[in-house]
Design a protein around this ligand. Structure first.
Ligand code: NAD
Length: 510
């Protein structure tokens, strides 16, 4: 029995009536059914949300960071309690298989745990001063308001990667989610407000500073709403996830007002399968990286370079695996490939297949399939396209399960192809040859933000910094020291001597 949307939303604390209207509609990619019709925020409402966020940030920065971490711990608890419902909602609204929907919520829980620990470690350096009796140090302060724009394919985790860090770093967060996935955003916001309520109840006993109204604001709207937020001078950092087209528009506006950005944009990820590769492992990795989330991950495997000596064994085996992939309702436990998000995604995929054929591509799969009750939805058989070389078409990210395959004979050529596209998100090599693996990871190897050995390009862990180079935007989110992007650095010099030695040997009489 598929979960009922009204019940799910109620369990997650959303009163849908508060948001209902006729401005835009949320459809399930599973069967094309209308999930909800919503109002979009007016320009004035967005303005009010930004104003509330600015006031909230001024208050929140006064709360000690470990205490801010307590709010995120409470939010993590809400997520644990509601993991099933939120995971199901992700599946209903974004169409990813249930295990991936649940996995997305698990990532939110994981980043909360990470952020709670981080809240006791927002450390700066002390630096040796050249002047006697002086101490230099750097200290990190909150930025203010952080604006988050997210894409449909990770409708809630991307917000959490940003927001969990931004909150412990002392900021308020304003979120403009994808117009294709507003309900998961409403549910996440409801859970966060509940965590704030618990936090403030604790404060009644300890007289701490409350988590203020406006700390987390949600804007429901289309790209114009995002554009209004991006242009607003109160937003000190814009973290935008989505297409490279969107990223360029956001970057231009932010550059004009000299505001910081974290850009997490399109990928066009490759894998090299070398002669010494463990082919069993490679086939599993290729399959999930290429068809998981129906090819709609930024880290999806899109280009496969297979060594000439193994091509004729590996590629036929891959075709066999592709011929029996379980495609269907993502709520069904046996399904591996769910639907595309919408008709536009299907049309884009078909156009790309035609373009590849014009470049001598030999296509296997790619056609529309119609599991039961899905006439209004877009399911496809994932597609393999054998190409004679890396062609112009392969330089574009097509957000669908198309994987191009090219033979190589020289590793230097395969690495050059890996790097020749405009995007630079993720990459991997399958090899058991240490020299090849190290070369791939070296300065002259992969130019991507993520480079893996013997695992596919998709499925990053939250502990590492996530992001990519070139047209992927250069931003880093999530683990490692990505938190620094949500704070401003202040270099402090303290003179505890009785003299005032000036820099550069300057002396003067007064
Ligand atoms: P999209 O660019 O169409 O939309 C993303 C978001 O940007 C939406 O919320 C949209 O309303 C907003 N937006 C669009 N134009 C805007 C503008 N001018 N100003 C402000 N906001 C604007 O992307 P999509 O179709 O939702 O997602 C797919 C894309 O996202 C793919 O290219 C994928 O690779 C990329 N993506 C990247 C990452 C990453 O971490 N690098 C992660 C997920 C998705």
């Amino acid at each position: 029995m598929p979960p009922d949307i009204q019940t799910l939303l109620r369990q997650l604390g959303v009163n849908l009536q508060e948001f209902e209207g006729q401005d835009f509609h949320s459809y399930s990619p599973i069967d094309g059914a209308l999930l909800a019709s919503l109002r979009i925020d007016s320009g004035k409402q967005i303005e009010q949300k930004l104003e509330r966020a600015e006031l909230a940030a001024r208050q929140w920065r006064q709360v000690p960071a470990p205490r801010r971490g307590e709010l995120i711990r409470l939010f993590g608890e809400e997520l644990r309690q509601h993991k099933t419902q939120l995971g199901e909602l992700v599946t209903l609204e974004a169409g990813k298989i249930l295990q991936e929907g649940l996995g997305e919520v698990q990532e939110m829980i994981d980043i909360c745990d990470f952020a709670v620990g981080l809240s006791r470690q927002l450390y700066g350096l002390t630096i040796a001063s050249e002047r006697p009796g002086h101490r230099m140090m750097e200290v990190w302060h909150p930025l203010g308001v952080v604006g988050v724009i997210s894409a449909f394919n990770f409708p809630v985790a991307v917000w959490a990667w940003n927001a969990a860090l931004a909150f412990v770093c002392g900021n308020a967060v304003v979120w403009k989610p994808s117009e294709k996935t507003p309900l998961t955003a409403l549910a996440t916001q409801a859970l966060f407000l509940k965590a704030m309520m618990h936090f403030n109840a604790q404060n009644n006993a300890t007289q701490g500073i409350d988590a203020p109204v406006g700390l987390a604001e949600l804007i429901i709207g289309e790209r114009e709403a995002g554009a209004q937020m991006v242009a607003d001078h109160r937003v000190a950092l814009v973290s935008a996830t989505g297409s490279t087209r969107m990223g360029r528009q956001v970057a231009e506006v932010c550059a004009r007002r000299l505001t910081r950005t974290i850009l997490e944009l399109g990928g066009n990820n490759a894998m090299i399968v070398a002669p010494s590769a463990d082919q069993e492992m490679a086939i599993r990795a290729i399959t999930f990286s290429a068809v998981g989330t129906a090819g709609q991950r930024c880290t999806t495997l899109r280009r496969l370079f297979v060594h000439d000596s193994i091509y004729d064994t590996l590629v036929p085996r891959l075709k066999k695996v592709y011929s029996s992939l379980p495609i269907g309702n993502p709520l069904d436990k046996t399904t591996l490939v769910g639907p595309l998000i919408d008709r536009a995604a299907f049309d884009g995929m078909q156009a790309a297949i035609v373009a590849a054929q014009k470049e001598q591509g030999v296509v296997t799969g790619g056609e529309r399939v119609t599991p039961t009750n899905t006439a209004a939805a877009y399911y496809v058989r994932p597609c393999l396209i054998e190409m004679p070389t890396q062609t112009e078409q392969m330089h574009h990210e097509v957000f669908a399960p198309i994987m191009y395959i090219v033979r190589y004979s020289d590793l230097a050529q395969a690495i050059a192809w890996n790097n020749a596209v405009p995007q630079g998100l993720s990459s991997s090599i399958f090899t058991t040859d240490l020299r090849e693996a190290e070369l791939f990871l070296s300065d002259v190897g992969s130019d991507c933000g993520i480079a893996n050995v013997n695992i596919g390009p998709s499925g990053a862990e939250i502990g590492g910094a996530f992001g990519g180079e070139k047209d992927t935007g250069g931003g880093r989110e999530s683990g490692s020291d990505a938190w620094k992007a949500y704070m401003r650095r202040s270099t402090n010099t303290v003179n505890y001597s009785h003299a005032l030695p000036l820099a550069q040997g300057i002396s003067f009489d007064i």
